[in-house]
Design a binder for this molecule. Structure first.
Ligand SMILES: Cc1ncc(COP(=O)(O)O)c(C=O)c1O
Length: 455
């Protein structure tokens, strides 16, 4: 009888083992260390129960990361507020956990605004950013007294119109971009050095309807150099003090955006992210020291708002995947195909994700390229990673996948798997696996296109 699981004969290859692979100091084979469980949940058991592939979230890690960040800042600058960046991972359960911890919401669309509202976050605790805020979303934010960080002169005029419509003064923040010791994200907001930011405040004040009460700068993402934040803090504070003097306003908040790094490793980096990622204390020191020094020159004492995303959620989520086939490339290197691809791990394009097996194979290690199941040559999760010999059915754990994976994942070729939350309550679905019907639900096929059943 035909057996789908029949053993496959593979021509033996002679592989030269490097001494690094065989010693206990083998820094190069950390990937080969087995990783069997997450918070006491056996990975094999999770896959048996929920199927493969699967995203799994550690509630403990998520809460701990939030608390670590909050404590680092609040201990240095008590008037600090964390507005979690929804775009990083807008899964309702993730946002709900962070809301329970006390986080505000940072949103950049009506869609994200809806999620924050559905979790009961009051308007005054929603920070509304982004370069495109349609009029109806702006109107809702104005009505709810959300914190609106204005991105362009067009938006300023839209808000002036709304202020007239509601016959009230609308309080706003101004998003500012500036030259820093990192590439300038000048797509967003008003430039500092060219005087645009000052001009935006002058225009807002001249309307008599808009009152600038805060400044915002999100300098970039995965910024592993804390001195970038020192510069932002100094420049934003200087601008705030100048605007207070010039326009008789009070700057009530300085929002330094997100961008703190997580321990993932960029493709171009030689050193692993675990060694290059600054601690929250380092970021907090870089920001709070200059801010505290400038405090006495402000009219009041501005709130520090932070909008972290990846630094809070990245480490809490894992992608569990299973080998579905193994082969040799034309040049003889080993390739394994797993059941999760770049459709579920888009950050594989930027990062050398930390991938571990769940079983060890003694000292035996081989270099392997891990590909996803998509019909695309670029569907590669890791190249040249050293793992124990893998075969069909071997399970791999991909770590630090909480940021910008679920929120950028897509139903390309395959529907998306479920997501489970791991907590003292057990392992429970926080998103069910998608079905074909879920994806096609919004489609409509005009009747004239429906062919009669073929004979
Ligand atoms: C305005 C704003 N705030 C916060 C964030 C979160 O950034 P990160 O995930 O790097 O912390 C982003 C992401 O790009 C952003 O655009």
């Amino acid at each position: 009888m035909f057996k789908a699981t029949k053993d496959i004969y593979e021509r033996p290859m002679v592989t030269r083992h490097s001494p690094f692979a065989l010693t206990k100091h083998a820094g190069m084979v950390f990937d080969a260390m087995p990783f069997k469980e997450i918070d006491g949940f056996a990975i094999e058991g999770l896959l048996e129960k929920f199927g493969s592939p699967l995203y799994a979230i550690s509630e403990k890690t998520l809460r701990n990361k939030y608390r670590e960040l909050r404590d680092a800042f609040v201990s240095r600058y008590p008037n600090t507020t964390i507005a979690y960046s929804y775009k990083t991972n807008y899964l309702s359960a993730v946002c709900a956990i962070l809301t329970q911890e006390g986080a505000w919401a940072e949103v950049v669309s009506g869609f994200e605004y809806d999620i924050a509202e559905s979790l009961g976050i009051p308007g005054a605790q929603i920070v509304f950013n982004g370069p495109y805020k349609p009029m109806h979303d702006l109107a809702r934010a104005v009505e709810n007294r959300a914190i609106i960080n204005v991105d362009s002169f067009n938006e300023l005029y839209q808000l002036e119109e709304l202020a007239h419509r509601y016959n009230k003064t609308v309080e706003i923040g101004l998003r500012v971009n500036m030259q820093l010791n990192c590439p300038t994200w000048d797509k967003f907001g008003f430039n500092l050095e060219s005087g645009q930011a000052f001009e935006a405040c002058r225009k807002a004040s001249s309307t008599g309807r808009l009152r600038v009460k805060g400044l915002h700068c999100h300098a970039g993402t995965y910024l592993a150099d804390p001195t970038i934040y020192t510069n932002v803090a100094i420049k934003l504070a200087e601008l705030g003090i100048k605007l207070e003097d010039e326009f008789g306003i009070e700057i009530e908040f300085l929002d330094l955006g997100g961008g703190f790094a997580s321990p993932n490793t960029l493709h171009k980096h030689l050193m692993p992210g675990t060694t290059t990622c600054p601690t929250f204390d380092q970021y907090a020191e870089a920001i709070c020291t200059p801010l505290t020094r400038s405090l006495e020159r402000f009219v009041g004492s501005p709130r520090l708002i932070l909008e972290p995303g990846r630094s809070i959620v990245d480490e809490s989520m894992f992608l569990l995947t299973t080998v579905v086939a193994t082969k040799r490339s034309a040049l003889g290197s080993k390739v394994v195909i797993v059941d999760a691809g770049v459709n579920l791990l888009p950050t594989a394009f930027y990062f050398k994700h930390d991938i571990s097996p769940i079983h060890s194979a003694g000292m035996s290690v081989e270099e392997v390229t891990i590909c996803g199941p998509l019909c695309m040559q670029i569907d590669v999760l890791r190249q040249g990673v050293r793992l124990p010999p893998l075969q069909k059915g071997s399970v791999l754990v991909i770590k630090n996948t909480g940021a910008y994976n679920f929120s950028q994942s897509m139903q390309f070729i395959f529907t998306r798997p479920g997501i489970v939350l791991l907590s003292h309550n057990g392992a429970e679905y926080v998103k069910m696996p998608e079905s074909t019907q879920d994806i096609r639900r919004l489609e409509r096929v005009p009747k004239r296109l429906l062919v009669k059943a073929r004979k």
